[in-house]
Design a protein around this ligand. Structure first.
Ligand code: A2P
Length: 273
């Protein structure tokens, strides 16, 4: 089955299409609407947005206008990183629900363990409070799965200490040279799906000669090798583009990297450090 619609299965049995279309940094309005429509036209069936991206209304409208049946599209959104109270989480979810207007959300994530202006600060109690609301939303069927984003092992352990549902997914920054081995292994052991955002290092990998040389052997671009690499590692890639030809290119990754080429890619240093 093509990678685009082949699915990963989360610990609760929910299927999630193997490549998600990332909408980070795509402005609300025509840009987000057109990009989401282009992704759905190209065959993507998984769209990733967030309250913080400010583009949920356009993403939702694109999904509704696309003609693709709602139950064939997997929609993820996120509770803002700054929200660390139960009331705040309930309000944020209701806002996302209203703006997307596509019925139940498929996956709802805590965007980060800490507010973006205080990376690394301690919000263990707040994350537990927020997660308990997530558990309520999940039990009520308003979201079909729940997870986290940007959580490391300590963050995941702190959450597990006082909550019932193990996150179904952890969405982290993941690309060649930045493979987050410790967090990835921890998630693997607990059946937490790892989703990788910025699989092209937000463009940082695109000029990499070693990746280009590997791609040439398969007739594939650097972007396609970089995205395929995540799939080879059982990490769900979330590439982002606003260019229709690139949106399609990033989904055309039905090839298999050889063990030797994967080993070469494993050895590449973080080019984005
Ligand atoms: P654009 O949106 O102008 O097409 P990441 O997914 O790692 O966040 O990377 C996104 C960045 O990479 C964006 O700047 C995007 O540009 C660019 N990009 C996405 N896909 C491709 C591609 N296939 N070839 C070249 N650049 C790409």
């Amino acid at each position: 089955m093509p990678a685009l619609i082949d699915t990963f299965t989360m610990s609760n049995g929910l299927h999630i299409p193997g490549i998600g279309f990332g909408t980070w940094q795509i402005p609300d309005g025509a840009a987000a609407y057109d990009a989401t429509r282009a992704a759905l036209d190209a065959g993507y069936r998984h769209i990733d947005t967030a309250r913080a991206y400010g583009n949920e209304a356009s993403v939702g409208r694109a999904i509704k206008d696309s003609g693709v049946p709602r139950d064939e599209v997997f929609v993820t959104t996120k509770c803002p990183a700054e929200v660390k109270t139960a009331d705040g989480a309930r309000h944020a979810f209701a806002e996302s629900e209203r703006l997307l207007d596509v019925g139940p959300i498929d996956l709802y994530l805590i965007h980060a363990p800490w507010p973006w202006n205080a990376i690394g600060s301690d919000h263990r109690a707040g994350n537990i409070e927020v997660w308990k609301v997530f558990e309520e939303l999940y039990d009520a069927g308003r979201t079909r799965s729940i997870g986290v984003s940007n959580f490391d092992v300590d963050d995941l352990e702190s959450l597990a200490a006082d909550t019932d549902v193990v996150p179904h997914a952890n969405q982290i920054r993941w690309f060649i040279g930045n493979t987050q081995d410790e967090t990835t292994a921890y998630c693997r052991e607990r059946d937490i799906l790892v989703e990788g955002y910025s699989p092209l290092a937000t463009g940082g990998l695109l000029e990499n000669e070693a990746i280009r040389a590997i791609g040439e052997r398969y007739g594939k671009s650097v972007a396609q090798v970089a995205i395929r690499y995540l799939l080879e590692k059982d990490v769900l890639p979330l590439p982002k583009s606003t260019t229709p030809s690139r949106i399609a290119e990033n989904a055309d990754v039905d090839f298999t990297l050889s063990a030797e080429d994967i080993a070469t890619l494993d050895a590449l240093e973080d080019t984005d450090a």
